[in-house]
Design a protein around this ligand. Structure first.
Ligand code: FE2
Ligand code: FE2
Length: 177
């Protein structure tokens, strides 16, 4: 690892000094997370058997690509280059999702696991966007709040859709029968 990279990660100095720094760090964290999510979702879509689940995930993958573009707009508004910073939380969620899926043979049980894994990701995103919006409002960055709010609303809708798929579109019932 280069010295510059280590300095970026704050190993040599504490780089987050102000709330603006913390907001920027949070944006870099979710920017990285969204990118990792777009890489992980095609496999989940492939593995899903329930048609409503696969379709819902496909739509949310398209939304996620748009969310990344919105985050790029946010960086631009703040006069910053879009960049990501390692987010061990999302790496962990994706790793656990992969590992669980790898342990399951039964396709119906796998669908239930995919819903659970996807919901863990959505809840992470909802937590992050909620915080970023509150900080941006407090700091007077009203111009970025609407981009972040659109992303937050899509995450909430995706989570609600996953609930519907599990509870009313037969994923959970299929898994236990
Ligand atoms: Fe997202
Ligand atoms: Fe999402």
């Amino acid at each position: 690892m280069s010295i510059a990279k280590e300095a970026d990660m704050g190993l040599f100095s504490k780089d987050i000094r102000t709330m603006d720094d913390l907001l920027l760090h949070g944006l870099q964290d979710i920017y990285y997370a969204e990118q990792q999510i777009t890489k992980a979702m095609p496999k989940m879509i492939d593995q899903a058997t329930n048609g409503d689940l696969a379709q819902g995930l496909k739509l949310h993958l398209e939304e996620t690509n748009k969310q990344i573009e919105r985050l790029e707009q946010v960086f631009k508004k703040l006069g910053k280059q879009p960049s990501g910073t390692d987010c061990p939380a999302i790496d962990g969620l994706i790793k656990e999702s992969d590992e669980t899926a790898g342990e399951i043979d039964d396709k119906s049980v796998l669908d239930a696991a995919i819903v659970a894994n996807a919901q863990a990701v959505e809840h992470y995103e909802i937590a992050r966007y909620g915080t970023l919006i509150a900080w941006a409002e407090e700091l007077g960055h009203d111009d970025i709040v609407r981009f972040l709010t659109t992303n937050l609303n899509e995450e909430k809708a995706a989570n609600t859709k996953l609930n519907t798929v599990a509870l009313r579109k037969g994923v959970n019932r299929g898994a236990v029968s």
